[in-house]
Design a protein around this ligand. Structure first.
Ligand code: BTN
Length: 269
């Protein structure tokens, strides 16, 4: 593969708390690869060093939520992080907070180079810039006898340009390079993002009461008419923010409904 290695792995070891990096030019999906590594370690009765970073320059079968594929053109950042914490101490009902807290880390990383006014959290697991998707987050849990692990898959459009995306994606996405007009040091972006995840997850684990305010500051949908699909049903209503459990609140008629998970969340006004 031309340009391999694209990432400075020694910098990742030196500048983050990542314990192990598996990096290849091409993988099917970093999340599938991470899951197989977890399963193999369990079969062989070997301990797995975490945080484990599974990183690829290119994915041939990148996955999004549900049945969606994840397109990542050349220059994109695609990785999965295997974490023992914070699942260990977290009740199941808190798991929706994982993707919004990861989104917070992505937003913080982008805000170093892009005006925060251009950025927003699209609950539950997307980050948008100028109304276009720039990052997607896929948190998955792998159960093992010795305790569940979190596989946090992240796709961030960094140096892949919108113009190189296939239709109709071209009209729906953007990238760091599109927004800034510059080419980013992808290793630098990855290191900042890994550190931001570590910091935000520590806040989640310590139940930092300010987190809910920050989720809501990045959610630019308050008071707007939204439509979403949950449990196979479509709902429309007025967005009332995110509650402390990480649920999206929608005023539907006279009822304030909390949504634990949903797909196709869109403003319709
Ligand atoms: C979504 O927006 O639906 C989530 C997209 C998550 C994409 C990332 S790219 C790295 C990791 N590997 C995958 O196959 N998917 C996630």
């Amino acid at each position: 593969m031309p340009g391999f290695p694209r990432f400075r792995i020694s910098d990742i070891y030196e500048q983050t708390t990542v314990a192990q990096v598996v990096y290849e030019s091409t993988m099917d999906s970093t999340s599938d690869r991470a899951r197989r590594l977890v399963e193999e370690s369990e079969r062989r009765n070997e301990s797995l060093e975490t945080p484990l970073l599974v990183l690829a320059d290119r994915q041939t079968a990148g996955r999004g939520r549900g049945e969606n594929a994840w397109w990542s053109g050349s220059g994109a950042l695609t990785f999965s992080l295997v974490l023992r914490e914070p699942l260990g101490q977290m009740p199941l009902s808190d798991w929706p907070k994982l993707s919004i807290t990861t989104a917070l880390a992505v937003l913080e990383t982008l805000a170093a180079d892009v005006s925060p006014r251009r950025l927003e959290l699209r609950w539950p697991n997307d980050v948008y810039a100028d109304g276009r998707k720039i990052a997607g987050i896929l948190p998955e849990v792998v159960s093992r006898k010795s305790g569940a692990l979190l596989v946090l898959g992240i796709g961030l459009n960094v140096n892949n340009r919108r113009d190189s995306a296939p239709e109709p994606l071209r009209r729906e996405i953007t990238s760091w390079a599109d927004l800034t007009g510059r080419t980013a040091d992808t290793t630098g972006v990855l290191i900042r993002l890994l550190e931001a995840i570590r910091h935000q997850f520590a806040r989640l684990a310590s139940r930092d009461p300010m987190l809910v305010d920050e989720w809501n500051q990045w959610l630019r949908l308050h008071g707007r008419q939204l439509s979403l699909e949950s449990a196979g049903q479509r709902f429309t209503g007025t967005c009332s923010g995110i509650d402390s459990a990480g649920r999206l609140l929608l005023q539907v008629g006279s009822q304030l409904r909390p949504f634990h998970s949903a797909v196709n969340v869109r403003p319709i006004d």
